[in-house]
Write a protein that binds this ligand. Structure first.
Ligand code: C2E
Ligand code: CA
Ligand code: CA
Ligand code: CA
Length: 279
C-alpha cells in the first residue's frame, strides 16, 4: 500500500509507465516531425455576425504523422510545452500564417487578420516579444494583421510578467484576444489594463446556450461585461443556426465554429474572402 513521508513507497502502476512510454514516443516523433516540416496549419474563419463577412482566421496547428496518423493539438501541444519544443512549433505556425497573409491584397491586409495561439511558456519567456516582432517584420507584414490569443489561465500564471508582455505586444501593433474566456480565473480588474480588444467566449458556454438558462445567462453576462469595457466578443464552437440567432440578438460581434466552416488548409482560404477586396 501507499505510505507517506520520505520513505514513501509507491505501488507499481503499469498504466503510469505505459503513459510515460507513450509520452516519450510522441515526444521523439514530434521532434522528427518538426525537423521534417510535418506540422501544418489549418485556418478557421471568424465571421462578423452583422454582415456575415469573414473578418479573420484562427491558425490551428496540425500534425499528420506517417506512422501515427493524425495527432490532435490537445495531445501534442502539452508535450511540446513540457519538452521545450513549443517555440519551434509556434515559429512554424507563425511562418505559415505569414505565408498566407503575404498572398493578401493591401485591402485584405487592412480588413483581415490571422489569430495565433500563444502558450503559457511563450508569454512568460522574456525573449518572446522581440522574436515574434522580428519574425513578422522580416516577412514584411504589419503587426495588425496578427491577433494573438492568450488564455486567462496563462495570464494569471504570473500577472506582472503577462501584463508587461501584453503591453509590449499591443504597442508593437499586434491585436490581442483572451481565449477560452470564462473557464479560468481572470481577475476582472486586470481586464482594463490588458490592452486586449477581444474576448473569446469558451465553446463550453456556447454549446448549450439555447437550452440551458444558466449558460445563456453566462454568455449574456460576458457580452455585457465586454461591451462595458469597450471590447468585442467572439463566440467559439458555434454549430447551430439557433446559436447564431441568439448570439446576434445578444449583441455578440463575431462567431467561429463548424456552422460556418471547419478549420481548412491555406489553399481553401481564398474562397471565403470578399471578392470586392481581391484587387
Ligand atoms: P482553442 O484555441 O480553443 O481552439 C478552438 C478549438 O475548437 C480547435 O480545436 C477547433 O478546431 C475547435 N472547433 C472550432 N469550431 C468548433 C465547433 O463548432 N465545434 C467543436 N466541437 N469544435 C470546434 P483544435 O484545432 O483541435 O485545437 C485544440 C486546442 O489546441 C486549441 O484550442 C488550442 O488551445 C491548442 N492549439 C492549437 N493550435 C495551437 C498552436 O499553434 N499553439 C498553441 N499554443 N496551441 C494550439
Ligand atoms: Ca484559440
Ligand atoms: Ca478557445
Ligand atoms: Ca478551448
Amino acid at each position: 500500500g501507499k505510505r507517506s513521508g520520505k520513505n514513501c513507497v509507491r505501488v507499481f502502476d503499469p498504466s503510469i509507465t505505459a503513459d510515460m512510454q507513450e509520452w516519450n514516443h510522441l515526444k521523439n516523433a514530434l521532434k522528427c516531425a518538426i525537423e521534417n516540416n510535418e506540422l501544418s496549419v489549418a485556418f478557421q474563419p471568424q465571421i462578423e455576425l452583422r454582415s456575415g463577412r469573414v473578418v479573420g482566421f484562427e491558425a490551428l496547428a496540425r500534425w499528420l504523422s506517417l506512422d501515427l496518423g493524425h495527432i490532435t493539438p490537445e495531445r501534442f501541444i502539452p508535450i511540446a510545452e513540457a519538452a521545450g519544443m513549443i517555440d519551434q512549433v509556434s515559429q512554424s505556425v507563425v511562418a505559415q500564417s505569414l505565408n498566407l497573409i503575404q498572398q493578401w491584397t493591401e485591402e485584405q491586409r487592412k480588413a483581415l487578420y490571422v489569430a495565433i495561439n500563444i502558450s503559457t511558456h511563450q508569454l512568460h519567456d522574456a525573449t518572446f516579444v522581440s522574436r515574434i516582432k522580428q519574425q513578422v517584420r522580416e516577412a514584411g507584414i504589419p503587426c495588425h494583421c496578427i491577433e494573438l490569443e492568450i488564455t486567462e489561465t496563462s495570464i494569471m500564471q504570473d500577472i506582472d510578467i503577462a501584463l508587461t508582455a501584453l503591453r509590449e505586444l499591443s504597442e508593437a501593433g499586434f491585436r490581442l484576444a483572451i481565449d477560452d474566456f470564462g473557464t479560468g480565473y481572470c481577475n476582472l480588474s486586470y481586464l482594463k489594463q490588458m490592452n486586449v480588444e477581444r474576448l473569446k467566449i469558451d465553446s463550453s458556454f456556447v454549446r448549450d446556450m439555447n437550452a440551458s438558462n444558466s449558460d445563456g445567462k453566462i454568455v449574456q453576462a460576458i457580452i455585457a461585461l465586454s461591451h462595458s469595457l469597450g471590447l468585442e466578443v467572439t463566440a467559439e464552437g458555434v454549430e447551430h443556426p439557433d446559436q447564431v440567432e441568439l448570439l446576434h440578438a445578444m449583441g455578440c460581434e463575431q462567431a467561429q465554429g463548424y456552422y460556418f466552416a471547419k478549420p481548412m488548409p491555406a489553399e481553401h482560404v481564398q474562397i471565403y474572402l470578399d471578392p470586392d477586396m481581391s484587387n
